[in-house]
Design a protein around this ligand. Structure first.
Ligand SMILES: O=P(O)(O)OP(=O)(O)OP(=O)(O)OC[C@H]1O[C@@H](n2cnc3c(O)ncnc32)[C@H](O)[C@@H]1O
Ligand SMILES: [Mg+2]
Length: 197
């Protein structure tokens, strides 16, 4: 099957930038769902995989195009894995990135266990009823800093310390972050599977 055009089923501009950058190596037209006014869908699953499928199916149904969705989040060891799949709404339904970081830093306090990891699940559905979606996941191990560092990236990046680069994820340019991150790893796997289709 040849894919000529894929919609990115996310409302997060930071994700769009990272995903589009790495997908540009394909000979496929990649468009954000904002181009089609795809409304937000309720993420009612209890796993990243379920939520990614919900988002991909929804965008594919509305646009009639194949869709790639990204469901991701931060797992913090000292918080029993929270915020996990609730990362986007950690500080409440209307929380922004800064509210979520504030809540994270407050909950962790001066706990010496700062171990954390980002998860990313990517799902490609060739059409809304696709019974065999491609599913890839990636993980990025790091630590939670005690204060914000850096201006790049999005979400929890200012407080996520990368051991590889010895700085926060928000201090990395897009290409460097993509070479290390949960999303970059999941994308590498998805690209391999796409090429094999
Ligand atoms: O659902 P969509 O529309 O894709 O956009 P979203 O931002 O709501 O995305 P999620 O539901 O997958 O929630 C992911 C949460 O994890 C955060 N997150 C995911 N990947 C991240 C990354 O690479 N760096 C920093 N934070 C990240 C992100 O900021 C959100 O708070
Ligand atoms: Mg979301």
């Amino acid at each position: 099957m040849t894919l000529n055009k894929i919609v990115l089923a996310t409302g997060n501009k930071g994700k769009v930038a990272e995903l589009a950058d790495k997908l540009s190596s394909l000979n496929i037209d990649v468009v954000a769902q904002s181009e089609f006014d795809v409304p937000e869908v309720a993420e009612t699953g209890t796993t990243f995989i379920e939520n990614a499928i919900i988002k991909a199916r929804h965008a594919s149904k509305i646009t009639g195009l194949p869709a790639i969705a990204d469901d991701s989040g931060l797992e913090v060891e000292a918080l029993g894995g929270a915020p996990g799949i609730y990362s986007a709404r950690f500080a409440g339904v209307n929380a922004n990135d800064s509210d979520n970081i504030d809540k994270l830093l407050t909950e962790l306090g001066d706990n010496p266990n700062r171990t954390a990891r980002f998860w990313c699940v990517l799902v490609l559905m060739r059409h809304a009823d696709d019974p065999t979606p491609l599913i890839c996941q990636g993980v990025w191990q790091g630590e939670i800093l005690t204060e914000r560092q850096g201006e790049q990236g999005f979400g929890y990046d200012p407080v996520f310390f990368s051991h590889e680069m010895n700085c926060s994820a928000a201090m990395l340019d897009k290409a460097t972050k993509n070479s290390l991150s949960h999303r970059g790893k999941a994308l590498t796997l998805l690209l391999e599977q796409l090429k094999a289709l």
